[in-house]
Design a binder for this molecule. Structure first.
Ligand code: TZP
Ligand code: MG
Length: 222
């Protein structure tokens, strides 16, 4: 369980800062194999992200990812669905604007579940934190082909504006590659989330190690 009081934020930052590897649900990809390779290479946080999937298939996949994470002590987060996160024993849930409100998810999941929210502006970020978000996903940081219908990239300055508005960890997402990590950490991010950098790599383990090395090497402002 998470500690109560001021220690909670310290422990949340310890668990949620760093590299988030998101599963890639595009057809024909061995998403579980990619995740397993990433975790074996040292990734500590995996987010189960699968769109347009029947509940049973999502549950089965999330359970397998959660098992891979549990075996190596990694943190499993489920995108969109607090019910499935709880059902598979995941540590947290990531909630976007179209998902359950953070406060509603908190009422279901209780104090020990990590809840992430998606923010693009300082105002939304502050609202999400007031509602009980433990961390924020902020993006798209850079142009990405992975998700369609996104607004323009925030860039490093947009990430900095959101990070400056809140005390919780900010995880930059969208177009993240190892060479962009120094700039986003300097902007105040506590970590980065990737889909294609790892999932499209010929060797997901090698790229995971490169991303982790870039995170360790970059001077982190928070
Ligand atoms: N939300 C904002 S950008 C994005 C999501 C889910 C996709 C990130 O994918 P990639 O391949 O790391 O740019
Ligand atoms: Mg969502």
């Amino acid at each position: 369980p998470l500690p109560v009081g001021p220690d909670r934020a310290v422990e949340v930052r310890r668990r949620i800062g760093g590299l988030h590897v998101l599963t890639d649900a595009r057809q024909g990809r061995d998403a579980l194999g990619v995740v397993s390779a990433a975790v074996a290479a040292g990734a500590r946080i995996v987010q189960v992200r699968v769109k347009f999937c029947p509940d049973r298939a999502l549950y089965d996949f999330a359970a397998r990812v959660a098992e891979v994470c549990a075996r190596r002590g990694a943190t499993c987060i489920v995108d969109d669905r607090v019910d499935i996160a709880l059902a598979v024993g995941a540590a947290g849930t990531h909630l976007g604007a179209g998902d359950l409100p953070v406060a509603a998810a908190r009422s279901i999941a209780g104090p020990n579940h990590l809840l992430g929210g998606t923010a693009r502006t300082a105002a939304t970020a502050a609202e999400l934190v007031a509602a009980g978000a433990d961390y924020l996903g902020v993006g798209p940081a850079f142009a990405t082909a992975t998700k369609t219908g996104l607004p323009d990239p925030l860039g490093v300055d947009g990430i900095a504006a959101v990070a400056a508005a809140v005390a919780v960890p900010v995880i930059a997402i969208g177009g993240i590659t190892a060479d962009r990590i120094p700039a986003v950490l300097a902007a105040g991010a506590s970590g980065v989330a990737v889909v294609s950098a790892v999932s499209d790599a010929p060797d997901p383990g090698t790229v995971t190690r490169a991303l982790l090395a870039a995170l360790v090497a970059a001077p982190q402002s928070r």
